[in-house]
Design a protein around this ligand. Structure first.
Ligand code: FAD
Length: 402
């Protein structure tokens, strides 16, 4: 891989930075008037704000940077998409609506959907008109996804779906879901050949979603009940009973999207600011030997994550899915993120108990919120143990453990 940017990529970065410098100022002014620091992030006002920002990004051509032009994307390279992600993270600028649609539902439709599905769904993911969620996990099937029990039975021009999904992030606001459901009920068929991959209308009769409140106080995900939901056959992605393999591509996109080491490098910069600001025995904690050792180690590991991420990026630049490398990068950065958040609370000492709204909360309780949400990072997109299994089997060629 060549780490230098090409002249075209440099020009893209410059154009983007100019645009961001101009528009982020306005965004900050709006943000300072409307503070969405806590569970109010779920409010309609917060959603409206995110939609407004999404529209700005979309109109400027910064949504779906690497997506094909014919479906509304910019038609640029994955490298340019990465440059965009980096600049957004550096400036701590929020993304628009539909992270899941843009991050992994859309890319899966691009690689596995038919022409009709691409034309119908991709433009509306990009312009933010339709939001997506992922309905894979079930009460008895998380890590062991192949144990999913939701059934889709053929009936005329439709499949009739019954079952329950859980931890459906963004489900309460979603218009569509990517859904994995069983379509072969022969007990002799190998489990991985019994699933199909569907696009589910979340507003269809028979779909009910109930919010689940997290440790952070937000209710970002819910449990989804499917009672005799009819899915037209033209919303089956790929072939019947081959959905498992498509879901694996979705998970690769998901893992590569959610493991940005750039994000952790920015968090480390914030951690350094925090260490300079907090004092112990009349001295900034940044002077303490242990603090310096820890932060330097975090920095080393975040850089390792960055280069692993570039390997997955190289595969994508060659037209492949991110591959099992995405599990290595995701595992490393998610666990690193948790350790950084733990250490940030240690640096704050007794102040770490104070949350948003308290006059004495450090950085308005931002560290407390990210500490609590970091607990889920080694569970979402597959637990750490499951990612280690993927690495053992698919990268190292070790035998399956079950
Ligand atoms: C923040 C967050 C967002 C999420 N969003 C979504 C979403 O949008 N859509 C969706 O479908 N799901 C979502 N999930 C669900 C997530 O995919 C599952 O929680 C995850 O796959 C683990 O499944 P589980 O919770 O059933 O735990 P289990 O599978 O029951 O695991 C319990 C424990 O056993 C361990 N374990 C299980 N199997 C093995 C094994 N073979 N080897 C070693 N150890 C093992 C696990 O590592 C874990 O520690 C989300 C989860 C979180 C935390």
């Amino acid at each position: 891989m060549d780490f230098n940017l090409s002249p075209e990529e440099e020009a893209f970065r410059k154009e983007l930075c100019d645009w961001l410098d101009k528009n982020v100022k306005e965004l900050r002014e709006l943000q300072s008037r409307q503070r969405f620091g806590g569970p109010e992030m779920e409010s309609d006002a917060a959603q409206q704000f995110t939609r407004m920002w999404h529209k700005k990004l979309y109109d400027a051509g910064y949504v779906g940077i690497a997506w094909p032009k014919e479906y509304g994307g910019r038609g640029a390279t994955v490298m340019e998409q990465m440059i965009f992600n980096q600049e957004m993270i550096k400036r701590r600028v929020p993304g628009g609506v539909g992270g899941l649609g843009i991050g992994w539902a859309g890319p899966t439709i691009i690689v596995a959907g038919n022409e009709e599905q691409k034309k119908r769904f991709l433009p509306k993911i990009l312009n933010g008109e339709e939001q997506w969620c992922q309905a894979f996990s079930e009460p008895e099937a998380g890590s062991d996804l192949a144990n999913s029990q939701t059934r889709a039975v053929e009936d005329g021009d439709d499949y009739v779906v019954n079952g329950q999904k859980v931890w459906t992030t963004g489900g309460m606001r979603a218009d569509w879901a990517i859904l994995l459901a069983k379509t072969d009920f022969n007990p002799e068929t190998p489990r991985h050949r019994t699933f199909s991959y569907f696009l589910l209308d979340m507003h269809a009769p028979g779909v009910t979603i109930r919010p689940l409140r997290e440790i952070t106080g937000y209710a970002m995900f819910g449990e989804t009940f499917l009672d005799d939901v009819r899915i037209p056959k033209n919303l089956l992605v790929g072939e019947k009973n081959r959905g498992w393999y498509i879901s694996m591509a979705t998970l690769e996109f998901e893992r590569s999207n959610s493991s940005s080491s750039m994000q952790y490098l920015t968090t480390i910069t914030n951690l350094i600011e925090l260490a300079r600001k907090m004092e112990r025995n009349g001295q900034p904690v940044s002077k303490e030997q242990m603090t310096r050792q820890k932060i330097a180690q975090f920095y080393i590991e975040a850089n390792v994550g960055k280069y692993i991420g570039l390997r997955a990026l190289t595969r994508q630049l060659r037209g492949m899915t991110p591959g099992p490398e995405s599990s290595v990068g995701s595992l490393l950065t998610m666990e690193l993120g948790q350790r950084i958040e733990d250490f940030a609370t240690y640096l704050q000492g007794p102040y770490s108990q104070l949350v948003t709204g308290s006059k004495y909360a450090i950085d308005n309780g931002r560290w407390q919120r990210s500490f609590l949400s970091s607990r889920g990072r080694t569970i979402m997109t597959g637990t750490s143990e499951v990612k280690r299994n993927v690495i053992a089997e698919r990268t190292l060629g070790l035998p399956r453990s079950y």
